[in-house]
Design a protein around this ligand. Structure first.
Ligand code: PAF
Length: 279
């Protein structure tokens, strides 16, 4: 396994693999790797000749009042996890190497970037789309792997890839959960033991809602779930919405495939989760 810090060097290596006919898989991460990331790495190892994991805490996707500085960073452990899982390259550039002082170009995926998480984190998806586009160009990825926990992020990247004619194929990967139901996230490390117990309610409530969606009306299901979420002590809801899987527009009675997506604060930690719902 090679750790590469320079964008040009990474791109040169990737080009060489491309020329040699290798299929390149990219797993974009911000580090603090957990088993959710490992599931993406495993998929790439299985599908692709070369697996590149990027580790980059991307400053342009954090608002000025958000947790950029305190975002968990465990580079040594991350490298061990990558090595153990047979990753070929870890791409870990510095901020200056990715975004020079003179940097001026940003990608916006209109409409999708402004709803749900985007309504609360205005620069978030512009930052994600921009860095992911750069990572696609640097890695020459044939396939890129994204977890479905960040469902809106996945839809935005799919849309960007299609609109901008990228050759990279987006591979959505299922949410990985603890036995308790809690969706794995690097931010779970912010939770105290007590907050962690409270946070388990989120996946439980989503699971119950998905069951009810089969035979109850959408409004009833959504309202009931929101009421239950509101009752979690020490919590605050950013949003809890049943939306269409296709384009994240609000689901209606004709929607057969929906996603119930939520962002809920437990204390000072903002957690997102979602569940697919089918009639
Ligand atoms: O999902 C993440 O970890 C990040 O948003 C991503 C896709 C690596 C871009 O910084």
């Amino acid at each position: 396994m090679k750790a590469i810090k320079d964008t040009l060097q990474m791109q040169k290596i990737a080009f060489k693999h491309l020329k040699d006919g290798d299929k390149i898989g990219l797993v974009p991460t911000m580090g603090a790797l957990h088993n959710g990331h490992v599931s993406l790495i495993e998929k790439s190892i299985k599908n692709d000749d070369i697996t590149i994991v990027s580790i980059f805490v991307n400053p342009i996707q954090f608002g000025s009042d958000e947790d950029y500085l305190k975002y968990p960073r465990h580079l040594k452990k991350d490298l061990e996890i990558c090595k153990k899982n047979h990753v070929d390259y870890v791409f870990m550039p510095s901020v200056n190497n990715m975004f020079s002082q003179a940097y001026k170009t940003f990608v916006e995926v209109e409409v999708l970037q402004s709803m749900m998480c985007g309504a609360f984190r205005p620069v978030y998806f512009r930052g994600v789309a921009t860095v992911v586009l750069k990572l696609f160009n640097i890695s020459c990825a044939d396939r890129a792997y994204f977890g479905m926990k960040d469902f809106q992020q996945l839809k935005i990247i799919e849309k960007m890839t299609k609109d901008l004619n990228f050759r990279t194929k987006i591979v959505p990967c299922p949410i990985v959960r603890e036995k308790s139901g809690l969706a794995l996230s690097s931010r779970n490390s912010y939770l105290s033991d007590e907050e962690k117990l409270l946070s388990l309610n989120i996946s439980k409530i989503l699971k119950e809602a998905a069951k009810e969606f089969k035979n109850k009306t959408l409004n009833v299901v959504e309202k009931k779930a929101v009421n239950k979420l509101k009752k979690i002590p020490n919590s605050r809801i950013d949003y809890a919405e049943i939306v269409s899987v296709k384009d994240l527009s609000p689901a209606d009675k004709n929607t057969k495939k929906a996603v119930f997506a939520v962002a809920v604060w437990i204390g000072k930690t903002r957690l997102i989760d979602n569940t697919k719902m089918t009639k």
